[in-house]
Design a protein around this ligand. Structure first.
Ligand SMILES: Nc1nc2c(ncn2[C@@H]2O[C@H](COP(=O)(O)OP(=O)(O)OP(=O)(O)O)[C@@H](O)[C@H]2O)c(=O)[nH]1
Length: 442
């Protein structure tokens, strides 16, 4: 299996993730802020209003609509003096954007803006007058069954702006905004609903904090913008941590996978070695021509049985093909080989599973059998008859029959292989002397 990753690849991945981390941090620092211009805009109306709408004497009027400059003329009369400008959002472009509420003004709010993904509001205002400061206010749609459509019942959020701040653009973090106490009191808002929300803003306004001094005050609303980061610090850090965790998890997982593969390969080669080993052991003990035990194989087994533990427990039989030289001389060596193969197969077929049969060398075989007495006699006869009756069909087309002579002897207690073998060999000699194709026992 081809390895796609090496340890060096992991270092490369770590370096890549490191570079990506630094890149993200730099990008987050140098990336321009995300912003939305709320004012001026074509899809808004800005209207100036004052307490003369509710029975007071203060009036609001536009001095210059093109610069959104209006004047509040506070006059005594109302219990609570007010005057300001209100910006409302639309999803279409209204015919007129700069209006006065006293002129046939429609209160319905048309469209909401979600500012919750921003961090701050930036305001540019101009103020001429004797008040200590102005107030930015926001109304966010607040749906309670009882007050769904009532304009004043919508969540009122504000921040006071000191007069001295107004000479420059002011940045008001959204987290600095407050929910007005009067709104909470008046509408008996539960504490869980009394927190700042800017997800459905439908009105932004500039008016006065507290009770402003009587007289004329001039306000120009130049610009209102919401600004924020493209990616919050929290998201950025979560992303970086997730990136590292993912790369480390990948690395860990892949290392485990590599270990698993290496382990499997190791186990596989171990099995192969085992197979090879047993194959070698088998070949070392097997005769290449006849596929029965060879001399080494027989000796290994005989070493466990000799010196003989008991008396006449088993019989050792030496088998020798008769006049085999003639077979070779008359039919050729290859025919002799074929005869050896056929004879060893024929003998094997006559044996029991406990019998040990192998080629001792040349045309000589050894058989160690548990058969003794009558069983041995029967076996010996059977073997002589079977071999004699088996045709050796030579490749050249000739059919050959071979015979064999056998010498058998029972192993005596304490005897070595050589001692038993010598007696069996003497018995074989007797069989040969008796005319061959027979067996003798000693
Ligand atoms: N084809 C072949 N011949 C073999 C092999 N091993 C031994 N021989 C031959 O077997 C013959 C054995 O001959 P001898 O020992 O003289 O005995 P024999 O001709 O079988 O006669 P007796 O044993 O007296 O019956 C020799 O010609 C060997 O060359 C072998 O692996 N293949």
């Amino acid at each position: 299996m081809k390895r796609r990753f090496s340890i060096r690849s992991f270092y490369a991945i770590r370096l890549g993730v490191g570079i990506l981390t630094v890149g993200c941090l730099l990008l987050a620092n140098f990336m321009p802020q995300r912003s939305i211009q709320l004012f001026p805009s074509k899809r808004i109306t800005i209207d100036a209003y004052a307490d003369n709408l509710s029975g007071g004497n203060s009036v609001a009027r536009w001095l210059d609509k093109s610069t959104h400059t209006f004047q509040c003329d506070f006059m005594a009369g109302a219990d609570f003096r007010y005057c300001g400008a209100s910006i409302k959002f639309f999803d279409f472009e209204p015919a007129e954007t700069v209006v006065s509420r006293s002129e046939n003004y429609d209160y319905q709010w048309m469209h909401t803006v979600d500012l919750s993904t921003y961090d701050a509001l930036v305001l540019e205002l101009d103020y001429q007058g004797q008040a200590s400061g102005l107030r930015l206010f926001i109304r966010n749609a607040f749906s309670q069954p009882s007050n769904t459509n009532e304009h004043n019942a919508q969540k009122f959020i504000y921040q006071n702006l000191a007069k001295r701040e107004l000479s420059n653009p002011i940045t008001i973090p959204l987290s600095d905004l407050k929910v007005a106490d009067w709104w909470v009191d008046q509408y008996r808002i539960e504490r869980k609903d009394a927190s700042v929300a800017v997800d459905s803003v439908f009105e932004l306004g500039i008016d006065f904090s507290g009770q402003p001094p009587l007289g004329k005050h001039t306000i120009s609303v130049k610009r209102i913008e919401a600004v924020g980061e493209w990616v919050s610090d929290a998201s950025l850090y979560i992303f970086i941590i997730a990136l590292w965790l993912a790369s480390l998890a990948f690395e860990g997982g892949y290392r485990i996978f590599l270990l698993y593969v290496a382990n499997r390969r190791f186990r596989h080669s171990l099995l192969e070695l085992k197979d090879e080993n047993s194959h070698l052991r088998l070949t070392a003990r097997t005769d290449a021509l006849t596929r029965i035990y060879n001399r080494a194989g027989l000796e290994t087994l005989f070493n466990k049985l000799f010196p003989a533990k008991g008396h006449a427990e088993f019989t050792l039989v030496v088998i020798d093909l008769d006049h085999f030289k003639k077979v070779n001389d008359n039919y050729g060596h290859a025919a002799g080989d074929q005869a050896l193969q056929v004879v060893s197969k024929t003998i094997s077929q006559q044996l029991r599973s406990g019998d040990i049969f192998g080629r001792w060398g040349g045309e000589e075989f050894l058989l160690l059998t548990m058969a003794t007495g009558v069983a041995l006699v029967q076996l010996m006869h059977r073997l002589n008859i079977a071999v004699e009756a088996t045709d050796v069909n030579l490749t050249a087309g000739d059919v050959l029959n071979v015979t064999m002579s056998m010498g058998a002897t029972a192993a005596r207690k304490g005897e070595t292989l050589n001692q038993t073998f010598a007696r069996a060999d003497a018995a074989l000699y007797n069989a040969k002397a008796a005319g061959r194709n027979t067996w003798r026992k000693k």
